[in-house]
Design a binder for this molecule. Structure first.
Ligand code: ADP
Ligand code: TRP
Length: 320
């Protein structure tokens, strides 16, 4: 089974990214052949500064590796190191109805927010379909927000196969219900675009300050509180054992336990959870040659797979 996922190098990794995508990918690497990449072509849709983009690619590479990728098993690479993905995008563009892209939620949301879309943003799902189909992926672990993009990918694979013969594997997405959407500081979906994220890596003091800013209701220390509607408890569940969560819930109901106490418990549980990854990250930062070497090897392996698919695609459409 081939498992593939990607992440844009567009800011600091947050716990939504980790539980929504990375953790799934890291766990699935044991179950099949995993391909993971840094989607730098996708990032160009927002016209980032060149130096910033370069720096963020390296940063996300280190962070992703620190989260537990087994580099003997996983093919980890930078999207732009395999330019065949752009060639395939063009092929898929020609079986992609415009209406399919006009209905894409993530595109419509950005337009509704007043963002003036470029054609790259509009055809973002076609490039994403290319990422997935180029490597003949079976399973794509992503957060719930990406589900429609995977459905578009399936549509394009089916349309292409119907028109040109059986070229592509039709992929499925993998979204465990328990981690489908991780809430942010304000209770909405955690996202860089909403400025409500809790980063995984960073200075302890800064992370504590962020955790302390999670929005709650205004009940006082002595008041009994409802654990089932509180965002702090929802996040605590990601890091604590069932027993610890039940204990926190009891304290909420009993009163005399403030939101500050709960946030401190969350902060400590989070620090413990990510401690081994922080350590690994420091080691990687001290050995960047190793990180670049992993990406180089990944690009070579991914490139060979991409050529196999493109050979079939070119023949199927009548180019070469
Ligand atoms: P952001 O919304 O912060 O820009 P990305 O779009 O870069 O995050 O998401 C990268 C990956 O992390 C995707 O697979 C996405 O589905 C997942 N992800 C991001 N935020 C969340 C969240 N709050 N809950 C679950 N998964 C998430
Ligand atoms: N669109 C994804 C996101 O923003 C990133 C991505 C690009 C991706 N290509 C992909 C994810 C292919 C899975 C498979 O999170």
């Amino acid at each position: 089974m081939r498992i593939l996922s990607g992440i844009q190098p567009s800011g600091k990794l947050h716990i939504g990214n980790y539980f929504g995508m990375m953790k799934q990918a890291v766990e699935l690497q044991k179950k099949g052949e995993a391909f993971l990449f840094i989607a730098d072509f996708h990032s160009l849709t927002t016209n980032p500064d060149a130096a910033d983009l370069r720096e963020r690619v390296t940063e996300v590479a280190v962070d992703f590796l620190a989260c537990g990728l087994d580099t003997d098993k996983v093919c980890f690479f930078r999207q732009s190191d395999v330019p065949q993905v752009c060639e395939l995008t063009w092929m898929l563009n020609n079986v992609c109805p415009v209406g399919l892209l006009q209905r894409a939620h993530s595109y419509k949301d950005k337009v509704a927010k007043g963002f003036e879309p470029n054609n790259g943003l509009f055809s973002y799902p076609v490039l994403m379909a290319s990422d997935i189909l180029l490597y003949q992926s079976d399973l794509v672990p992503v957060g719930k927000d990406q589900k429609q993009h995977i459905e578009i990918t399936r549509d394009l694979a089916i349309k292409f196969n119907e028109r040109y013969g059986d070229v592509f594997t039709v992929p499925d997405c993998f979204i465990p219900e328990s981690v489908a959407v991780i809430p942010g500081l304000d209770g909405q979906k955690m996202s860089k675009s909403y400025n409500n994220t809790i980063p995984i890596f960073g200075k302890e003091k800064a992370i504590r300050k962020i955790v302390m800013s999670i929005v709650t209701d205004s009940k006082g220390l002595d008041d009994p509180k409802d654990p089932d509607t509180c965002n702090v408890v929802t996040l605590y569940k990601l890091f604590a054992s069932e027993e610890q969560v039940n204990e926190m819930k009891e304290r909420y109901r009993a009163g005399g336990y403030g939101y500050g106490h709960a946030k401190q418990a969350l902060f400590e549980a989070m620090q413990d959870y990510f401690a081994p990854m922080r350590k690994r990250r420091e080691e990687l930062l001290a050995n960047m040659d190793y990180v670049h070497e992993i990406l180089r090897k990944g690009a070579a392996r991914a490139g060979a797979e991409a050529e196999k698919t493109m050979d079939k695609v070119r023949k199927a459409v009548g180019i070469r």
